[in-house]
Design a protein around this ligand. Structure first.
Ligand SMILES: O=C(O)CNC(=O)[C@H](CS)NC(=O)CCC(=O)C(=O)O
Length: 324
């Protein structure tokens, strides 16, 4: 996939690249933070990377780095990598053995990559040895956001762990190796908009997405490694529902294909706009797709369909109250 020429790459993998609703005239001055691409009339472009992580960390890094470089060449200001971009291990013991702290070698390599490419990176789910590693011998599933200088600007540790038993998908017990994160993270300003951080299974909890939207998120991210049984049934429906109800863009970078003998993922990485339209999707296998983020469209939509003004938090107990 890496050797394909860019135009072919794009037309194959990015049917959503047709630019959605360029309603902002070029003459209109844009905020500095959004003037990322060579032409100031272009809306910020984001890239969604799809990979098949294996237990081989170095190989995984090289694959991700190739996609990130391609994203930068194509003009993206922000690239999204899926959950477990660092590796997918065969068992919990291997997961723990391969894990690193945020200050470890792998994050250092990604810092260099972000700086080299000059783009922001959403590292969707890093197997992180946290401060409490010595006591707990468990890790966090940590979504790390790097800016274009390679600095860590935010971390969110997955709060809903995937302990489920889906017939024919095999049991998953994430809490065997992983601690749930203690809190949600306030949305972060990026060149593409305010990004709200989540991870995979979190997408099943609309409370989280509403909390992020009410705290100002414009883009929700669900980096994932979705299973092959729940994938066809729930993946696109959940992502589109989260986009429609929060009136946010939803970006979901996914693992795909076979990671090792025991595990495969559904793929179907995509970007959904706040209307619920899928504006970009990856085709089968590793690759990337691109989408433009149009915040004036998002604001218009929120004006025309003001669901956040119609909420009745007086009726829902603690649901729907803002983050901060
Ligand atoms: O294990 C790792 O290394 C990384 N973590 C994952 O892949 C996690 C926990 S097993 N996967 C999911 O949350 C899938 C959720 C899902 O498939 C659903 O909600 O239907």
């Amino acid at each position: 996939f890496i050797t394909r020429p860019p135009h072919r790459f794009l037309s194959l993998l990015c049917p959503g690249l047709r630019i959605p609703r360029l309603s902002v005239p070029c003459a209109q001055p844009r905020p500095r933070a959004m003037a990322i691409s060579s032409s100031s009339c272009e809306l910020p472009l984001v890239a969604v990377c799809q990979v098949t992580s294996t237990p081989d960390k170095q190989q995984n890094f090289e694959t991700c780095a190739e996609l990130v470089r391609e994203a930068a060449r194509l003009g993206a200001c922000l690239a999204f990598l899926p959950e477990a971009f660092d590796f997918i291990a065969r068992d919990p013991a291997e997961t723990l053995r391969l894990s690193e702290p945020l200050g470890g070698r792998l994050l250092e390599e990604y810092t260099r990559l972000a700086r080299e490419c000059g783009l922001w990176l959403s590292l969707g789910g890093f197997h992180e040895r946290g401060q409490d590693w010595e006591q707990t011998q468990k890790i966090y599933n940590c979504h790390v956001l790097l800016n274009s200088k390679g600095a860590v600007v935010a971390t969110y540790r997955k709060t809903h762990l995937c302990d489920v038993e889906i017939p024919e998908q095999g049991p998953m017990c994430e809490s065997n190796s992983t601690m749930p994160g203690p809190s949600l993270e306030s949305p972060v300003s990026t060149p593409a908009g305010k990004v709200g951080l989540a991870v995979c299974y979190d997408m099943r909890f609309p409370e989280l997405s509403l909390a992020l939207a009410q705290a100002g998120a414009e883009i929700l991210t669900y980096p994932s490694a979705f299973g092959s049984v729940t994938g066809p049934a729930h993946w696109e429906v959940l992502l589109r529902a989260r986009a429609i109800e929060t009136q946010c863009y939803v970006v979901a970078a996914a693992q795909c294909g076979r990671h090792h003998e025991k595990r495969a993922s559904y793929g179907h990485s995509m970007v959904v706009d706040p209307w619920g339209t899928v504006v970009a999707r990856c085709s089968e296998g590793p690759g990337l797709c691109l989408a433009r983020i149009d915040l004036s469209y998002l604001r218009q939509l929120r004006q025309h369909l003001p669901v956040f003004q119609h909420r009745r938090p007086d009726l829902y107990g603690n649901l729907g109250h803002p983050l901060s």
